[in-house]
Structure formats: C-alpha cells, structure tokens
Design a protein around this ligand. Structure first.
Ligand code: ADP
Ligand code: MG
Length: 390
C-alpha cells in the first residue's frame, strides 16, 4: 500500500514536471518533516531537543537551467513562482515561495556559486501543523542547489543556511532544530541536539513502539505573535537573572536552584516561563536515558510532564491540543503524549505500543470528534532519513 502510494506520487510528480517544463527532471530530492519528541521551546534558549525526521516528506523534482531563472510549482498549492538570481533580494514571489527564494539568497550571501533551476514540489507534510513543512521545503531547496551545482556543502551548513533563509528572508524567528533535523537525521534514530553548539548524537529508536502524530486540524493563528512574545520573555528573564548570576548567557545556564533562589527578580509570568525551559532541558536529558534503557513508561511520563509544563508554565497549548492529549492518555498501551512544535494548534505526538496502535487510532479519532466536533488526522510515523537524493 505504502509502496503503491509512493509510486503513484512519483508518477504524478514526473508528469507534472513534463507538463510545466517539458522532458524529465535531473534529480529527485526527498526532505522529511519532523516531530520533536521532547524539548519544547528550548532550542532558542540554547538548550536540548530530541527530534526525529519522519516518513512524511517533500519531494522536489528539479533540473538545472543555464540562465539565472528559478521557476517552480507547488502541486499542493497549485501555484507557481519564479525569480531571477541577479535580483534575489527582491521579495517579489508569493509568501510560500520565499522559503525557496530565501535559500537562494542565503546560499549566495554565503558565497556559493549557484545557477537557475526549475522544479515541481509535492509534499505529504501537513502545512502549518508543527511538523515542519517549512524546514522540509527549505532543506529540499538547499539540497537541490547543492546537488545540481556540486557545491559539497556539509549537512550542518545546509541547516544553517536554511535557518538563515527562514529567519532573515522570510522573517520567521525560528530556532535551528527543524532545519538541523531535516538535514542530518538517520533512519531508525532520534537526534539529541545541543542547540548551543550544534553538537549531537544519534540514538536508535526501537520498533516495539510508534509515535503517532495526532493532528487537531486547528492551525496556529496565535503562534507567530505569541512565539515572539515567549522569546522576548525568555530574554528578559535572562537579563533580570544575570544581575545575580553574571555568568549566564541563556536560560540553558540557569539551574532550578538558581531560579528558586533568585525568584524575587522575576514577575510570576517570567518565573514560570523560565521554570518551563529549565525543567524541560532536564526532561530531554532524562528522556535520552529512558530511551537508551527502552524504558517507555519513563519516557511517556516525561512526555506528559512536558505537556503539562507547556500548558501551565509556558501557556502555549490550546483546548484542542489538551483534548487530544487527554484522549491519547486514555488508551491502554499509550505511554504518554505532548504537543509538538510551537503550540496553539497543530499536532500532539503520542507514544504508543505497537500492539495498541489499532485501538489507539479508533479510540482517539472517535473521542476527539465527540469532544470537539472536529475530525482528527492521526498519522503513525517512523524515524526516517534526512534529506536525500532519491
Ligand atoms: P510548519 O513548518 O509547522 O508546517 P510553517 O508556518 O513554519 O509551518 O511553514 C508553513 C509554510 O511553508 C506554508 O505556509 C508555506 O508557505 C510553506 N510550505 C510548506 N510546504 C509547502 C508546499 N508543499 N508547497 C508550498 N509551500 C509550502
Ligand atoms: Mg515551520
């Protein structure tokens, strides 16, 4: 079934390429989405995260052009866009295309010699759902130029370029986690990433459990404004705490004891924001440990603690996310769950024993519909390879 679906997808991608650009593509790029198992809002606090790439992805069929035109079509949006490399800084393309244009801009600014390309995009990563369709798109684009123009860019550098595109060109102040995961992930593994220095390690993820991405099908309307507010609050907490703790650079450097001792320096809101980040960093490290022992009960408990902390201290959950989280936890064989991504909508991820998968899917979709009147989309996911040329 999965194979059939992939073959069908490839055929329509190739057909679309022929329709728009005549002939065949030079290469086919595949860039995955991701879930973050634990470590919510820790990345921009220079902390730890534990993401994995998933088997939902963006495919980009591309061919080099010998002029400076970049022309591409999104089958998901039924929309095309183009720009000229010599005027790359002109934001003349539609919003969605700026993720691609931003990559060209960041590559050129970093001194890479790139030429034009044309291509067709198709994605199975839901858009705006916290599974990082944006990083998949950016990294797919960066990889396309990397391959078509023999740039030999290291994967970590691809991640940095993709992030720069999103932050400085598109204007979304995101951390590095998403792009890094899409660029360096390995099949069957999760990534423990230190967002301060980008050091990382890969940890095998067994087959006895599955993560299920449970889409509330509510898109995060508040996300971008509230995200900026949270970042600002974290900065302010660091600034205030540093009057007593001059060595700190980020919330990453603050211990829970430090925080309690100097609580009087912070408002209640800033205290709770900081407490989330500090305890969440600890949970990531504990989660890596639990995973290495295959202690899924402990891992599930950490996921639930993370969700509560995001809901109460960081205040980035939503009624639908909480309903989904509750429903997931009602299933025997579900070890725990948490919202993933920035919050306010999008997906909850649940850790489910393989044997309980069927009953999980039936129960959670029914329960979510009863309680919200909405249809959930439940997608069991596996740890996948990072960006690759197929
Ligand atoms: P997320 O990364 O959680 O999916 P974002 O808001 O960060 O959400 O990124 C979503 C944006 O990325 C979309 O609004 C669109 O601009 C762009 N995008 C993602 N996938 C596609 C696609 N297949 N075709 C066109 N644009 C896409
Ligand atoms: Mg994104």
């Amino acid at each position: 079934m999965r194979l059939e679906a992939t073959v069908k997808r490839l055929k329509s991608l190739m057909q679309a390429f022929d329709t728009f650009y005549k002939g065949t593509a030079d290469v086919l790029i595949c860039a995955p989405g991701r879930i973050n198992i634990i470590g919510g809002h820790t990345d921009y606090n220079e902390g730890f995260v534990l993401p994995m790439a998933i088997d939902l992805n963006i495919m980009f069929a591309v061919r080099a052009r010998n002029d400076g035109l970049v022309d591409f079509f999104s089958l998901n949006l039924h929309d095309s866009a183009h720009f000229y490399l010599e005027r790359v800084e002109l934001r003349s393309t539609p919003q969605w295309a700026q993720y691609v244009q931003g990559v060209a801009w960041a590559l050129m600014r970093a001194g890479y010699q790139i030429g034009g390309l044309e291509g067709v995009i198709h994605s199975t990563v839901p858009v705006g759902a916290g599974l990082s369709s944006s990083a998949a798109l950016e990294v797919a684009a960066a990889w396309a130029w990397n391959v078509l123009y023999n740039l030999h860019i290291p994967r970590e550098e691809i991640a940095r370029i993709a992030q720069r595109a999103e932050v400085e060109f598109v204007g979304v102040p995101c951390g590095i986690m998403d792009q890094f995961t899409v660029a360096v992930a390995k099949r069957g593994h999760v990534i423990r990433l230190d967002c301060r220095d980008l050091s990382y390690s890969l940890h095998p993820f067994g087959r006895e459990v599955r993560f299920v991405a449970c889409d509330t099908n509510v898109r995060r309307t508040l996300a971008s404004s509230e995200y900026a507010v949270r970042r600002e609050q974290c900065n302010e907490a660091v600034e205030r705490l540093s009057s007593a703790l001059p060595h700190i650079r980020a919330l990453r450097d603050v211990t829970l004891e430090d925080l309690e001792r100097h609580r009087h320096l912070l408002s209640d809101v800033l205290y709770r924001r900081a407490r989330h980040v500090i305890t969440e960093n600890e949970r990531v490290l504990k989660a890596v440990h639990a995973l290495s022992r295959k202690d899924f009960v402990a891992l599930g408990r950490l996921l639930n603690e993370s969700h509560r902390s995001l809901r109460e201290d960081y205040e980035v959950s939503s009624p639908e996310l909480d309903t989904m989280w509750q429903a997931a936890n009602e299933v025997d064989g579900c070890y725990g769950a948490r919202l993933t991504g920035a919050g306010f909508g999008g997906n909850v991820i649940a850790l489910v024993h393989r044997d309980a998968l069927r009953s999980f899917l039936t129960y959670v979709s029914r329960r979510y519909r009863e309680q919200t009147g909405r249809i959930a989309t439940l997608r069991p996911v596996r740890p996948e390879e990072g960006v690759a040329t197929v």
